[in-house]
Each structure stands twice: as structure tokens, then as C-alpha cells.
Design a protein around this ligand. Structure first.
Ligand code: ADP
Ligand code: 2DT
Ligand code: MG
Length: 217
């Protein structure tokens, strides 16, 4: 894959939809093809803000809903410049969860005016993915891949609302353009093959249209 700048590729989906598996495989495949690739994930639990998020997710600490929402967003903002620098330097950045998780998990709490629109505001201005691969799997199918863990959001009713909100989010003008739905119920190899096809097509479009990196709006 040629081109002057790297791509920003994001994986989204419910817990256990296969994001981490497919991220890893895509990064390996692109690297084997000689491409420079940076692999990231959000939350990035290694920073001071990320450590606060980790304590919240594991139940060691409590946070007010708006506060934790803004911390998740701040956790992306602290990497925003690094992401842009990689992309400008020709490195493709593959990320496990991004702003879409940020919006749907917070909105799923149904805390008064904290709807998708409210949740999306702090994301405006972040690097906009060239492609978001949404690994689509029902919460029932996801549950068959192993019992729920102990982290805060790993509950059936919340997961079901999260899936509905992902669908609602795809109605937004930019998200409709950026998100490609992949059937995550296929074998790991089949999903991998479909993902690669979609990535190659997005790369081809980017090369022909010569698009600059855009920002969330
Ligand atoms: P996520 O990062 O979305 O939570 P993982 O990639 O960690 O999901 O996968 C969750 C579990 O499901 C792992 O045990 C993984 O090996 C398994 N898995 C991943 N993809 C598939 C697939 N296509 N079919 C069956 N099992 C899968
Ligand atoms: P994993 O580390 O297993 O992916 O779980 N989340 C994530 C949010 O609520 N807001 C966000 O902005 C992001 C990136 C989804 C992380 C958990 O944190 C949730 C599941
Ligand atoms: Mg994962």
C-alpha cells in the first residue's frame, strides 16, 4: 500500500466482538507488507488519566457520569497530536476503540441530558478516522464467547443498549460515511479477510482522492 500519509483505522463493537483479535491481525498483515503501523487502544490505561479510568472500570473508584465521560475523552486528546504526527509521517494508526465507544457507553447510562449529541461534543476536533470497522455481533452471540468479566460495563442489559446506540450513531452524517459494518459472527479468518478487503478499498479511495486527514466535527 503506497500513499503519502498513513491511514487512521478504528475498530469498534461490543465486548468480545473480536476487536482486539482483528486489530492484532490487521497490524501484522500491514507490517508484513512493509507498511509502518502504530497499534493503539483506548482507554490508554498507562497515563495518569488512564489510570483513573482503569480504577473506575475495575470498580476501585467511583466517578460522576459526566466526569468519567470527559476523562475518557481527555484520554484521547492526550494522544491526538501523536496520532496526527504518525499519520503525517506516513505511519498508519490502527486503534482498538475510539470516540464511538466514548459516546455509546456513556449515553447507554441514560443519565438525563447525557444523550449521544451531548456525549459527542468533546470529541469534536479529534483526528477523524478514515475508516471505522464496526464488528457487528449480538449481545447474545458475544456472551457465548465466554462469561462476562468483572469490569463495570460487562452486563447484558447495558450491552444491548450499547448495540442500539451504535446503530443510532451511524445516522450521523460523518459516521455514516466512515463506519463499515462487518459481520463479526463469521470465523476469525473470514472476518480478517473481509476487514482487509475494506481496508484496501479505503486506501485506494484515499490515494485517488488525496484526502488530508480530517477532524471530528
Ligand atoms: P474484543 O476485543 O472485542 O473484546 P477479542 O478479540 O478479545 O474481543 O475476542 C473475544 C474472545 O472471542 C476471545 O476469546 C477470542 O479468541 C474470541 N474470538 C474472536 N473472534 C472470534 C470469532 N470470529 N469467532 C469466534 N471466537 C472469536
Ligand atoms: P476494553 O479495554 O476491554 O476495550 O474495555 N469505554 C471505552 C468507554 O466507556 N468510553 C470510552 O471512551 C472508551 C474508549 C468500553 C474498555 C471499556 O471502556 C468503555 C469498555
Ligand atoms: Mg479487546
Amino acid at each position: 500500500m503506497g500513499g503519502t500519509r498513513g491511514m487512521l483505522i478504528v475498530f469498534e463493537g461490543l465486548d468480545r466482538s473480536g476487536k482486539s483479535t482483528q486489530c492484532e491481525k490487521l497490524v501484522q498483515t500491514l507490517r508484513n507488507e512493509g507498511e509502518k503501523v502504530e497499534h493503539m487502544q483506548f482507554p490508554n490505561r498507562t497515563t495518569p488519566i488512564g489510570q483513573m479510568i482503569n480504577e473506575y472500570l475495575t470498580g476501585e473508584s467511583q466517578q460522576e457520569d459526566h466526569v468519567i465521560h470527559l476523562l475518557f475523552s481527555a484520554n484521547r486528546w492526550e494522544s491526538a497530536q501523536a496520532i496526527e504526527n504518525h499519520i503525517r509521517a506516513g505511519t498508519t494508526v490502527v486503534i482498538d476503540r475510539y470516540s464511538y465507544s466514548g459516546c455509546v457507553y456513556s449515553a447507554a447510562k441514560q443519565n438525563k441530558a447525557m444523550d449521544l449529541e451531548w456525549c459527542r461534543q468533546p470529541e469534536e476536533g479529534l483526528p477523524r478516522p478514515d475508516l471505522c470497522l464496526f464488528l457487528d455481533l449480538s449481545s447474545e452471540e458475544a456472551a457465548k464467547r465466554g462469561g462476562f468479566g468483572t469490569e463495570r460495563y460487562e452486563k447484558q442489559d447495558l450491552q444491548a443498549r450499547v448495540r442500539e446506540l451504535y446503530t443510532e450513531m451511524r445516522q450521523h452524517e460523518d459516521e455514516r460515511e466512515d463506519i463499515v459494518v462487518v459481520n463479526a459472527g463469521q470465523s476469525i479468518e473470514e472476518v480478517q479477510c473481509e476487514v482487509l478487503k475494506v481496508v484496501k478499498e479505503a486506501r485506494r479511495q484515499l490515494d485517488t482522492q488525496g484526502l488530508e486527514l480530517r477532524h471530528m466535527r
